[in-house]
Design a protein around this ligand. Structure first.
Ligand SMILES: C[C@H](NC(=O)O)C(=O)O
Ligand SMILES: [Zn+2]
Length: 588
């Protein structure tokens, strides 16, 4: 085995340059497919992925000629370690082809699915069905959309997904992991990720239970007690979102605690001011550059897809940010709707692009988040400042800001409907998937396990009986899209740690929930010092760079919501805020 580290650096530098070409071609082909879901583009994308895999296989084989585990230089060793862990590229070509074709089919099934009503008006998920779930307050109309979406999406995926699981596990085992779940968890460099997440969830559960109880009471007022199961869960189609993962759409008419105060939902203002997707993106970029962070490059504006094409093409509308790994091309693909929710999503996706820009000169293997949760947190940290009434007023989206206790509770509740409501959902998706990958959940229990977790953790139940002819996990993008999910749970905790640290750096001395780091280059520099590390250091080092601590900690999110916790506890005094672990059995 070669022990000369200079020779190793020469190998690494050559491979790094070659890999940029190979990855660019593969990502370009994938972009072409995602923005035009045709057979032809699917085939080209699969072919390019096979070329990429062959390249990675060759690199790993060459890397194994070096005695890299014995290298002195930590960075060199880390590069070799990452270059050797090649995921599904380790599969024989026929199995890899099968896997990539299945992934391509699942993606297309989800993104092209549409639900037609009896007078043949057809709706995709975006924007049609999403708008119905957000805006309708008609129990039966909501049920039609919720049930219909699952029939045209998840229900069609069960066998494909079963096959996907098998081949994905073959790859994981070829790389020395027990199953795909263990491979995915390895990206966090911790042997206790599951336990850490469970601990965080337990710490945040009391706040979730109090929010759930408050929202359930308001929904019972609206829809009637008879619509709610005796087991205590909330029917899944009533929460303003196709997966009940974010409840903000119920705020203005159903949940705002103090009606006589200005609303904090600026969707109406965005429409009145004729906001366009372009304008939303420019407002988002301006927040980043106000911190001294990097503006979006020319190629970003020229090649992104920020509105759903109206030429009949099927596209993947689920928003995503793309790094073409050529240090030049960075894009967002998003079917932007003019809503507050999409203004937040725009910041979320632009946070990914900022991370890409900050680490674009690192070796390709280090162009990743410190861990996947970091990548999901960047944009959301910006949104924690942007969504404050003070900031929304500053950018002209709110007329007036009333600074009193009741208005603070209004604001904190609207934030909790996004950030707290999400936590059990963010936690349970990969509990389901890890149990599928490790064999605890067999195909005949796919749907049962999904709803057991939803009823237990989220306190949400299906409005109608579900069976194993259904495949409700497939109705959520990240399952057919094969995007791991625990990263969002991690992000929703650590983004408040980052927010707390950047607010301190920006000399924001008031309560955490009022902080706006706008225009603070000190905060911006602290953040970019971390972002520019990419995945070149263990994530604890990156965490310490921003917060001074090295662990995930729920203290910041609890500090942020403390006034609301006190208020909700008073609202729920003397009431039973629990629900049964099991789902209702007497469903229609
Ligand atoms: C929270 C997660 N965000 C994302 O995919 O960007 C979702 O939408 O389910
Ligand atoms: Zn994201």
């Amino acid at each position: 085995l070669i022990t000369d580290e200079n020779e190793a650096w020469a190998f690494v530098n050559r491979v790094n340059d070659e890999s940029q070409e190979v990855y660019f071609k593969s990502i370009q082909a994938s972009w072409n497919y995602n923005t035009n879901l045709t057979d032809h583009n699917s085939q080209l994308s699969v072919e390019a992925k096979l070329v990429e895999a062959a390249f990675e296989k060759e690199v790993a084989a060459n890397a194994s000629r070096f005695n890299w585990t014995a290298f002195q230089n930590e960075t060199l060793k880390r590069i070799f370690k990452k270059a050797s862990d090649i995921g599904s590229a380790s599969l024989p070509e026929d199995r890899l082809t099968k896997l990539k074709v299945i992934e391509s089919e699942l993606e297309r099934l989800y993104s092209s699915a549409q639900l037609c009503d009896d007078d043949s008006t057809c709706n995709n998920l975006d924007p049609g069905l999403t708008r119905i779930l957000a805006e309708s307050r008609d129990y039966d109309k909501l049920l039609w959309a919720w049930f219909g979406w699952r029939n045209v999406s998840g229900r069609k995926m069960r066998n494909l997904y079963k096959e996907f699981v098998n081949i994905s596990n073959e790859a994981a085992r070829a790389n020395g992991y027990a199953d795909t779940g263990e491979y995915w968890r390895s990206w966090y460099d911790m042997d206790n990720l599951r336990e850490e997440c469970q601990k965080l969830y337990e710490q945040l559960k009391p706040l979730y239970l109090n929010l759930h109880a408050y929202v359930k009471r308001k929904l019972i007022d609206k829809y009637g007690e008879d619509k709610f199961p005796s087991t205590g869960q909330i029917p899944a189609h009533l929460l303003g979102n196709m997966w009940a993962q974010s409840w903000g759409n119920l705020y203005s008419d159903l949940l705002q605690p103090f009606k006589n105060k200005p609303s904090v939902d600026v969707t109406e203002a965005l429409k009145e001011q004729n906001y366009t997707a372009q304008k939303m993106f420019e407002v988002s970029e301006e927040f980043f550059t106000s911190l001294g962070l990097i503006p979006m490059p020319e190629e970003f504006w020229n090649h992104s897809m920020i509105v759903k094409p109206d030429d009949g093409r099927d596209v993947v509308c689920h928003a995503s940010a793309w790094d073409f790994l050529n240090q030049k091309d960075f894009r967002i693909k998003q079917c932007t709707d003019i809503t507050m929710s999409d203004l937040i999503t725009t910041h979320h996706e632009m946070g990914h692009i900022q991370y890409y820009l900050q680490y674009k000169n690192l070796p390709v293997v280090f162009r990743r988040g410190a861990n996947p949760g970091f990548h999901e947190a960047v944009g959301d940290v910006m949104s924690l400042s942007v969504s404050t009434p003070k900031h929304l007023k500053e950018i002209g989206l709110l007329e007036e800001v009333v600074d009193d206790e009741e208005s603070d509770i209004n604001f904190l509740l609207s934030q909790a409907l996004k950030k707290i409501a999400f936590l059990p959902f963010g936690y349970l998706i990969d509990q389901w998937r890890w149990s599928v990958f490790n064999g605890e959940t067999s195909p005949e229990d796919y749907n049962k396990k999904w709803w057991d977790l939803r009823c237990k953790y989220q306190g949400v139940s299906p409005p109608v009986q579900r069976t194993e002819d259904d495949f409700d996990p497939g109705a959520k993008y990240h399952i057919p899209g094969n995007t791991p999910y625990i990263r969002y749970f991690v992000s929703y905790v650590i983004q408040f740690q980052f927010h707390q640290a950047l607010c301190e750096a920006a000399n924001q001395t008031g309560p955490l929930y009022k902080c706006d780091i706008y225009n603070s280059h000190v905060a911006g520099n602290k953040l970019s010092d971390m972002l520019s590390l990419g995945s070149s250091k263990p994530w604890a080092v990156a965490m310490e760079k921003v917060t001074g601590n090295t662990t995930m900690d729920a203290g910041a999110i609890i500090e942020y919501f403390q006034p609301l916790i006190t208020w909700l506890e008073k609202q729920n005094e003397g009431m039973d805020i629990q629900w049964d672990e099991a789902c209702p059995t007497d469903l229609p």
